[in-house]
Design a protein around this ligand. Structure first.
Ligand code: CMP
Length: 143
């Protein structure tokens, strides 16, 4: 089992696509083990996107990610990190394949709807940024 940190970004929230995106994850069989809406602060943005802070597009990325609420989701499932990345498609919505979330709903490199952790190491770091341990739930029902 793996856990991944998913962010429904401000464009997703403002376009009222929260339900659509969550439905796709649920249909795939991934379990939501944590869920919250929050406004990303500039400080949280710098922590989350630490590897991009020095890049030319960072200022614009921070302005975007702090502009409206996001929905943070902890998703659990077999190979969840890779499965979710496949479901999202390429970073640039213009390049993302049809049938992927970005391919179907985004035409932008920055406003690409959803963020998802790209490795086990970043999943742990990002889950810790958005959720306290007691905010994550467990399931024991086998359905
Ligand atoms: P995400 O998967 O959240 O990881 C980093 C984010 O930076 C990415 O999605 C895009 O929203 C954004 N991004 C990546 N490359 C660029 C770029 N060249 N110009 C603007 N935004 C970018």
């Amino acid at each position: 089992m793996q856990r991944s940190l998913i962010l429904l970004k401000p464009d997703c929230v403002q376009r009222r696509l929260i339900g659509e995106v969550i439905s796709r994850f649920e249909a795939k069989g991934l379990q939501i083990v944590g869920l919250k809406m929050l406004q990303v602060t500039p400080e949280l943005s710098r922590q989350h996107y630490a590897e991009h802070v020095e890049k030319p597009f960072y200022k614009s990325l921070e302005d975007f990610i702090t502009a409206a609420p996001v929905v943070a989701i902890a998703l659990e499932g077999l190979e969840a990190i890779g499965v979710v990345r496949e479901m999202l498609g390429a970073t640039n919505g213009l390049k993302a394949a049809p049938g992927t979330l970005r391919g179907d709903y985004s035409s932008s490199r920055q406003m690409n709807l959803v963020h998802a952790s790209d490795s086990e190491e970043s999943a742990k770091r990002e889950l810790d940024l958005y959720f306290k341990p007691e905010e994550l739930c467990g399931y024991s029902l086998l359905l």
